[in-house]
Design a protein around this ligand. Sequence first.
Ligand SMILES: Cc1cc2nc3c(=O)[nH]c(=O)nc-3n(C[C@H](O)[C@H](O)[C@H](O)COP(=O)(O)OP(=O)(O)OC[C@H]3O[C@@H](n4cnc5c(N)ncnc54)[C@H](O)[C@@H]3O)c2cc1C
Length: 418
Amino acid sequence: MTKKTQKQNPSFDVADLAVVGGGLTGFAMALSAAHHGVTIALIDRAPKGQKGDETRTTTINPKSYQHLSDLGVIEAFEAKAHVLTPICEIRVSDEKTRPQPGLARPDELITWSNDQHDTPLGFVFRNAEMMAVMQDLVHSHPLITCFNDITVTDFSPKHPDYGDAAAAVYTETGDVIAARLVVAADGRNSPIRQAAGIKAITRNPGQTAVVADIKTAKPHHNMAWQRFIKGGPAALMPVDNDRLMSLVWTLPDHDAEVLIAADDASFSQSLMDHFGHGFGQLTVSGPRLTWPLRLSHVPLPIASRLMLAGDAAHAIHPLAGQGYNLAIGDAMALSTLIENAIATGSDLGAKSGLRRYAQDRFKETTAMTLATDGLNAVFSFGGPVTTAITGMGMALLNASPLKNLAIKAASGGLSKSR
Ligand SMILES: Cc1cc2nc3c(=O)[nH]c(=O)nc-3n(C[C@H](O)[C@H](O)[C@H](O)COP(=O)(O)OP(=O)(O)OC[C@H]3O[C@@H](n4cnc5c(N)ncnc54)[C@H](O)[C@@H]3O)c2cc1C
């Protein structure tokens, strides 16, 4: 089988791993596996060269940064002169306070700074830049065979030729890819998850995320700002340079439509109304994009010779910027599975390894799903009771043990495999 052919017969001998989905998760899974010397078939329905969105940004925590660095991704990213913007301070506030840099009120505003830490609290990259870099890495990796522009239509734990010894990944072109283990990294609607009959708990929060670049009149000094306001949380993350921030604002669907249709001056005024004047004038710059939110959680993200990863296993509210961090946690757990299989000479798709993967990921993905969903529910849709809770919310969150736990979670410290 020729490497990286498109629309040709992709049936080659049994691959150790087949990764369905060439998004940020599929790339991280494939590169993590290749790091351990196994062979991989990576299949994506998009043509080669698909780009992530220019306006979308992703914040990763130090653990994810370290893993991507171990895989050579960070080095390749920086070699392209792309910027990974460090976050040195995170400020969180609620409806009652309007944050002003330098004027934090400790009882109502959480401020996390990296004074006590050696490394930044997180890093922000542009999705389009990271997609391009990771795409180059997987396409040039000798152990990864990429099949682009091919839609996967079905999955079976038994291959027609290899029986129980390999799973089968069926494509729209009528081809069948054989692999010891299949990773479904095919996004929140995961066709593979559905084909395998794996149950997901899904919820439509009735919110849409609005994303845009925002110019600030004053320098942001690498601060990230999270506001828990009625209707949905809003965050400004530092990106690219000292006067540019990336907005992710989740609002009720209708309000998002209104905001997206507003002229630049009205849009900027809404921002100033909600974020205050701490950064001086805030001006929307470039396109504004929307993402209707659909949340899902898969308590048992495995089946025979199959594991789910990334949004296919857990699509969470973006308020804490943790979705991709969970995916990197999945990639680390896959690394552990492969290391164990190699050490014991066992089948990569063995049930015992898959069960350990599910156990390993359960705590962190469930905790993050509940935390983000709960925070969103309490702060966004407050009735009389929740308003009282919300009143206590920031003070509670600022209480030392909870704050420490939140910092631990945000920096990627809840998973067993790390
Ligand atoms: C507004 C917003 C802001 C966010 N900010 C952050 C953040 O700051 N930090 C963070 O950690 N996370 C963040 N997230 C979450 C993060 O973006 C996602 O968790 C992550 O992008 C999921 O990537 P994925 O590869 O799992 O899924 P996707 O990006 O959906 O990729 C799925 C891939 O599978 C392919 N595919 C699908 N079906 C098939 C098929 N049948 N055959 C072949 N290929 C198929 C698709 O072509 C695609 O390439 C944010 C999310 C949103 C919505």
